[in-house]
Design a protein around this ligand. Structure first.
Ligand code: GTP
Ligand code: MG
Length: 468
């Protein structure tokens, strides 16, 4: 059956009580169908598009259910591209369900999650990347996620990918042209042109794909791992940053065994904070697993907070961990901060620590007390500075890939084009190159939905809420 031949309906506002509730109805029969339950001065099929009409909704037994306003949008000038009626009724759970039921009884089918947006895509009102941006926008919980999804909704990814596809079509044209003249042993006439076109496209794909790093941070937040020896106050720091007693704090070393993940918002930046098990060499298998995880998490983190207890002498083992975690190759990881905790109690002067810290000139060092909260603001500022400076650095107008599906499609397209280059260098026949080029074009087409499978579509729209 044609998926667009029936008329769908769903509550578009969240369930629960509110000022108004909106029931959205879309499909070829939307106007007639709502009109069966609508009593007003006009009949809906007779009105012009983009108008509002007051009336009552009645059930099958002509019982009045509510007073409503119907907004009429005629296709193709509607969100879905189809005839659409948005029925605004009073926002009670019971009354909105009754109104919806009356519309379903008149012949509408209850919409699946994301089905309105899916129809918008199928009717060419938006490409797939824009449809995905709708879901991202709804799920956005930070300035950056919001900015990224609006950018994508306005067509940033679509335009970049379309430009890439046009470039590749030109290249494909060149190859097809040559194929027409192909004879055994024929060499490409425009080998250099072809190579330079492919190289350029690969570079552009790389550029776009490399923004995914920012994109991930925009969507999921900056991942901050709190690491350090047992008992230095890592869990206390987590609690202080969250302003809540989330992690267990005791004076027994080795309290935290597994990691604890929480989210905070710093200056509009979503941060995922992870508290880890204290780093030490231990025989206890549970604790050792915790330590291994702490090291792994620190390696993957965007920012590592390495906590030291400045009130006691620092052990050699601790310095080894410190070096291990904050060094990247020969230099300091840009994204680490050494936290000297417990400034509310006297410090134990340590020449070793001073020497180490001095030897790492670009290291961020923050002194604070997780217990009193003194110095905490300095730490937050240091985090925000790191994030703003380097990691979330692309200019406002840069297109950022936030979606892992897009990223993988770009990566696949790139490897296909590298195969094309290979074939070119090996002097393989043009048909080989053409096949890989077409595959790359398909990969790019998947991003915007020029090429789709039911699996892709189902996966994408399942993320939506019903009514969107
Ligand atoms: N005076 C003082 N004590 C602190 C401070 N921060 C933490 N402590 C104390 O240090 C001890 C250890 O704190 P935790 O937060 O459990 O330390 P941890 O690093 O998570 O320890 P493990 O989970 O065992 O690795 C507790 O007794 C805390 O009360 C601080 O800023 N000042
Ligand atoms: Mg702990």
């Amino acid at each position: 059956m044609n998926p667009l031949s029936d008329t769908i309906a769903a509550l578009a506002t969240p369930p629960g009580e509110g000022g108004i509730a909106v029931i959205r109805v879309s499909g070829p029969d939307a106007l007639n169908l709502v009109d069966r339950s609508f009593r007003g001065k006009v009949t809906l099929p007779s009105v012009v598009s983009h108008t509002a009409h007051v009336g009552e909704i009645v059930d099958g037994k002509h019982l009045v259910l509510d007073q409503v306003v119907c907004l009429v949008f005629r296709g193709p000038h509607s969100y879905t591209g189809e005839d659409t009626v948005e029925v605004s009724c009073h926002g009670g759970t019971f009354v909105s369900q009754r109104v919806l039921q009356a519309i379903l009884d008149s012949g509408a089918r209850h919409a699946r999650p994301g089905e309105f947006t899916q129809r918008a895509f199928l009717n060419g009102r938006m490409d797939l990347s824009q449809a995905e941006a709708v879901a991202d926008l709804i799920h956005a919980h930070s300035d950056m996620a919001h900015r990224a999804s609006i950018q994508q909704l306005r067509g940033s990814v679509l335009q970049s990918v379309d430009a890439l596809r046009r470039q590749l079509m030109d290249t494909a044209g060149l190859i097809e042209l040559e194929l027409d003249f192909v004879d055994d042993g024929y060499e490409f006439k425009d080998k250099d042109v072809l190579r330079s076109q492919l190289t350029q496209t690969i570079a552009r794909i790389d550029e776009l794909a490399s923004t995914y790093r920012y994109g991930r941070i925009w969507r999921e937040g900056v991942h901050i791992v709190i690491a350090g020896s047992p008992n230095v106050g890592k869990s206390s720091l987590l609690n202080a940053l969250l302003n809540a007693d989330r992690a267990i704090v005791t004076d027994i070393p080795g309290t935290t065994r597994d990691f604890i993940d929480e989210s905070i918002n710093l200056d509009g930046i979503t941060c995922r904070l992870t508290d880890t098990a204290g780093l030490r060499l231990t025989e206890d298998p549970v604790e050792r697993e915790g330590v291994d995880r702490a090291v792994r998490l620190s390696d993957e983190a965007d920012i590592v907070l390495f906590v030291l207890d400045q009130s006691r002498a620092i052990a050699d083992e601790e310095l080894t961990w410190l070096r291990k975690l904050i060094k990247e190759g020969g230099s300091v990881r840009r994204k680490s901060i050494v936290v000297l905790n417990k400034t509310d109690i006297p410090s134990a002067p340590s020449a070793k620590v001073d020497a180490l810290l001095n030897s790492l000139p670009h290291l961020n060092i923050v002194r604070l007390s997780a217990r009193t909260g003194e110095g905490l603001r300095g730490l937050k500022k240091a985090v925000v500075t790191i994030v703003r400076a380097g990691m979330v650095g692309p200019a406002q107008e840069t297109v950022v890939v936030t979606n892992s599906r897009h990223f993988h499609a770009l990566t696949q397209a790139k490897s296909r084009l590298e195969l094309c280059l290979d074939s070119l260098d090996q002097g393989r026949s043009g048909e080989f190159i053409a096949v890989d080029l077409r595959a790359a074009l398909e990969n790019l087409g998947e991003i915007v939905g020029a090429v789709t499978t039911d699996d892709i579509l189902n996966n994408i729209f399942a993320r939506f809420c019903i009514g969107k």
